[in-house]
Write a protein that binds this ligand. Sequence first.
Ligand code: SF4
Ligand code: SF4
Length: 398
Amino acid sequence: MTDTVSITTAGGEPQPSLLDQIGARAEARSIPLAAHLDLTWKCNEGCVHCYLDHSVGDDMDTAEVKGVLDQLAAAGTMFLTLSGGEIMLRKDIFEIVAYARSLLFDVRLKTNGILISERDADRFAEMGVRQVNISIYSHRPEVHDAITRVPGSFARSIEAIRRLKSRGLTVEMRVPVFKGGADNYARLKALADELGVRILFDATITPRMDGGQAPVALNIDADTREEFYLDPAVTASLEDACAPPTPPGEELLNGHSCGAGFKSCYITPQGDVMPCVTFPLVCGSLRHSSFLAIWKSAPFLQIRGIRNRDLDTCSSCSSLSSCHRCPGLAFMEGNMRGPSIQDCQNTYAQTKVPTPLYPAAPLGSAPLRGPAHSGQFVPLAALLPAAGDRSYRESANY
Ligand code: SF4
Ligand code: SF4
């Protein structure tokens, strides 16, 4: 997802920014404007809430990654996020970033930063990397280090933020919020302000990508969630926190929940293509098909066929206009066309208007990857591999 701003004309009417206009055209024409590519799932931290299986190897090599970047450039991708796992564990990270910049991608990196030296920061700045995101889990070093399970990691991540920032790079401090982690948002906001970086809080912890539910148990409880959305430090970083719901209009009903599968996609280190890192529907393998063949394949086409008016329950929900509905979470809860309990709870916490699944159904009560929608829609969940089963990548279907 890209950051956008609006401009105001002399007449006072807000006009969409150039980025908004590009995004709207990309969505209308199904151009993969943004791609998120994980370079490895291996990591030098062991965060308690992580959704990845760090033991999965078989990462694409340098030539394969460059081939993927060539295909994305040809498909119209402009915004490239390189992430992991920990990208600095790739010995070819600078070669990959340099190649991506030679293709004129707008490059954003996600890293824990603990391996970034002064020289590394220089090189990223020289290459023209636009933004680096680094996660911080608490203003207290001992809490952060307990979550990453790496002593001293807080100090090293903060030092990386300073190094990158001092080179003129845009750095964003990401704060996933969950049980046992961040609990003083004002102190974190003050830390970000002192470092001169933007801060972004996120209180949604997702299941593991292989279907494991353990991280979901770390989601903050309902009372803490409501306090979270009322905290001034949080609301200052969320553009439309606590927006009161308004009746959905035609434009909203004809629109989509997000750009996943319409103008953005996710690629695993092994070359599997999905709509989003939070939407683990494997649509094809770049080791067996071209990117465009996968982008135009049935799973993506089915996703693009779903407008808000087609959604089960959500289409008639009075909070649709306030809800940041995530189709990936809904997919992982069993029906990509339905609501997700996490989004129903998030929306209720912000608006205090009861939603279809919350407070009627407590967080965590939904089956993960249960039966798919049983109507005319093809049950895409049936395409998913069993947890831990990587053999699907060898399937002749791809
Ligand atoms: S699938 Fe969910 S996380 Fe991914 S872009 Fe859509 S709303 Fe955001
Ligand atoms: S609050 Fe729940 S039912 Fe309403 S739009 Fe959001 S996810 Fe759908």
